[in-house]
Design a protein around this ligand. Sequence first.
Ligand SMILES: C[S@@+](CC[C@H](N)C(=O)[O-])C[C@H]1O[C@@H](n2cnc3c(N)ncnc32)[C@H](O)[C@@H]1O
Length: 420
Amino acid sequence: MSAEKLTMLAKTFSGLENVLKEELLQIGATNVEPVVRGVKFTGTKETLYKANFCCRTALRVLKFIGEYKVKSTEDLYQSVYNIDWSDIFDLSQTFAINSTVNSEAFNNSMFVSLKTKDAIVDQFRKKFNKRPSVNPDAPDIHINVHASADTLTVSLDSSGESLHKRGYRVGQNEASMSEVLAAGILKIAGWKGQTDFYDTMCGSGTIPVEAALIARNIPPGMFRQEFAFEKWKDFDSELFEDIYNEDYEIPFEHRIYASDISSISIRVSEKNAKSAGVLKDIDFEIADFSGLNPKGEKGLLIINPPYGERMRERQVEPLYTMIGDTLKANFAGFKAWVFSSSESGFKNIGLRPSQKIRLYNGPLECSFRNYELYDGSMKAKKQPGRRTDFKKDGFKPRRQDGDFKRRDEKRNYSDKNKKQ
Ligand SMILES: C[S@@+](CC[C@H](N)C(=O)[O-])C[C@H]1O[C@@H](n2cnc3c(N)ncnc32)[C@H](O)[C@@H]1O
């Protein structure tokens, strides 16, 4: 196993940097330093693979391959030319360059991408008299260039498609939340699977499915068809196979209750939960939140109500008044959190939040607010008859039982490689 020390950057949404920092520490990352919309860290190849496979709040993971002081186009070209590209990929593979610029020397990201491409292609031509092709849509090798002030950073994107695309989602609606954001708010709310969990406006089921994956410790990468690092020349298939086949699952002894007023949403949610192998942990129900009574024990409730943008002629305020009234009347003793971008909605809840966290859903500034709904006895009572059968029928990542979608029974790259 390579013990080479790598410098990496995991990207995330604004507001989730500290959550991601904790996740990276858990997988053994070192020198972990939150930056804007990301976390810098060091580690080995194992850390890189685990950051992709295990971190629920990472959107992508970049591996730095060079940092240079550049003042001119010639400096840029020469710096990129000096990297040994044939060590990273070969002629038969395609590549693409993604550039971001925030520098006086360079203000055009297309130009930076073009010069980077020229340097890579020229180096291959000089060595082999041939050049690899560019494929902007589905490249084998994703190269990332960032020009900031007088510094040029060249990285390899080890993830490829954004890591929010877990691979289990089979349906969504126009208001579906990113899986990374859902996992992030669950972690901010302290969810570890320790109580019953409720999402009573569940839409396509992103929050309850992510809640079940966290509760069972099923890694988010379990469903992905591929990560970009699998195409790198230095890919260690045995190491990744070991990470993939580790026994991650832990028992989950509580229930998740997910409901929505829309029958279509519940149908979509059920399909997503089945695809993720967690349908057995979630009770789905078509229900209007107004007047809804909890079916299980007191616990954690997170809702992501409509923000108002898509409600057209209807007003958002009465909906939030109803949410506040229902929380007060029926959810005493719960820890409740509401995620929304609607400030006037929040005002109409009529409860004082104990915490307000600023987050974003795409470009929309949102707030995640905590309401402690005291009922005088905050002790969660353990009822008889809770599930104890998790060992018998629990989700086993290595077992294909037709109930969930993953890419392989058991990954074995070494065998695959032997055949070639
Ligand atoms: C912003 S979406 C939730 C999106 C969800 N977090 C996801 O990732 O798909 C809001 C949801 O609230 C539901 N909803 C609106 N009014 C409701 C009510 N009175 N009771 C229950 N659900 C309601 C809508 O049907 C919609 O699915």
